[in-house]
Design a protein around this ligand. Structure first.
Ligand code: DAH
Length: 341
């Protein structure tokens, strides 16, 4: 004799009680709710029911169907929660005598180089300044003798923000504020993250680190500039580094130079990192343009100064022999944490 609805419900709960794995729940679902399932079968039975009872009967079967479906779902969720609890409990059990497999954290190579350069300049009387990453057109360009529509703006593909401000394209953007803050005489360095809308390759990234430095005093000349740069680089590389000065154009310095150092990766023979030239452009620099000093409120009759924009990212690559700039932003701890050892 066919089972009544009540008997079917009781039987289902009995079986649900015994089920405890995903397959068992699925089996129950098929057995009761599947195409040929027992509850589905009750609906097929409709013909045997007196016509005036059919509506009520149909509703009851559907209610049972929903109830069974919800019960199975609840049990599956409970099983998941239990499994999760068990897994958490298992990881919380620990054995203090086991050898540690955790590796030590480390500083990023750029941080290491930055700190080293900071220390060297601090020992030569420079203060270390912090500056914003979001700046305005005046500080990034105008105050640096780069008026609107000046072709030099094309050298730096700028990320503009919708409010008219921009992501600083170079640490020079802080020069004006620092001159205004301290006046002359002044020795300051200001490291920072810079942004340019450039396509990336082994030597370019759209985000990179520079360290700007300015020294303003009476009688500052190119020989002071060369002395400070050579001293700093020889300390960083712990050897007498080979440098060369080439004339370079930057609106905020006059005269301007490109300071190159011989590529430490290939030893000067030529490799992709130095575009096969054997030299790496490391540090553009020059004597601060009088217009820039004036914008910074410095008396140009009395004071002169030099400025440099050291590529910290490049310096880190050379110091640690990192061939591809993209490795520095990769977050790959295996390659990054070797520098502290
Ligand atoms: N701000 C320049 C750049 O990022 C680099 C630079 C050149 C900085 C000459 C200087 C300088 O201080 O004197 O392209």
């Amino acid at each position: 004799m066919a089972m009544t609805m009540q008997e079917l419900r009781e039987q289902f709960y009995e079986k649900l009680q015994q089920a405890n794995a995903a397959e068992a729940f699925e089996e129950l679902r098929v057995r009761y709710l599947g195409k040929k399932g027992e509850i589905t079968g009750l609906l097929k039975n409709m013909g045997a029911i007196a016509p005036e009872m059919r509506k009520e009967y149909g509703a009851k079967v559907n209610a049972l169907k929903d109830e069974v479906e919800a019960s199975i779902k609840r049990r599956i969720e409970e099983a998941h929660a239990r499994e999760l609890e068990m897994r958490i409990a298992a990881t919380e059990r620990y054995d203090l005598s086991l050898p540690s497999t955790l590796s030590e954290g480390s500083y990023h190579p750029i941080t290491l180089v930055q700190r080293e350069v900071e220390q060297i300049f601090a020992s030569m009387g420079f203060t270390i300044e912090d500056y914003d990453e979001i700046v305005d057109d005046y500080h990034c360009f105008e105050a640096l003798n780069i008026p609107k529509h000046h072709p030099a703006r094309d050298m730096q593909d700028t990320y503009y923000l919708s409010n008219g401000q921009l992501l600083k394209t170079h640490t020079s953007a802080a020069q004006n504020a620092i001159m205004r803050k301290y006046g002359a005489p002044l020795r300051a360095i200001f490291p920072g993250r810079c942004f340019r809308n450039e396509s990336t390759d082994a030597c370019h990234e759209n985000t990179f680190f520079q360290m700007e430095g300015i020294m303003i005093d009476e009688n500052i000349s190119i020989s002071n500039l060369i002395y400070f740069m050579k001293t700093m680089l020889s300390e960083v590389f712990r050897r007498d580094v080979k440098v060369r000065l080439r004339p370079g154009f930057f609106p905020f310095v006059e005269p301007g130079f490109e300071l190159d150092i011989s590529c430490a990766i290939c030893g000067g023979k030529g490799c992709p990192s130095c575009k096969n030239s054997g030299w790496l452009e490391l540090c553009p620099c020059g004597m601060i343009h009088p217009n820039v000093l004036k914008a910074g409120g410095i008396d140009t009759e009395k004071y002169t100064g030099f400025a440099f924009g050291l590529g910290l990212t490049r310096l880190a690559m050379m110091k640690y022999g990192i061939k591809d700039i993209r490795d520095l932003n990769s977050g790959n701890l295996k390659s990054l944490d070797q520098f502290v050892k």
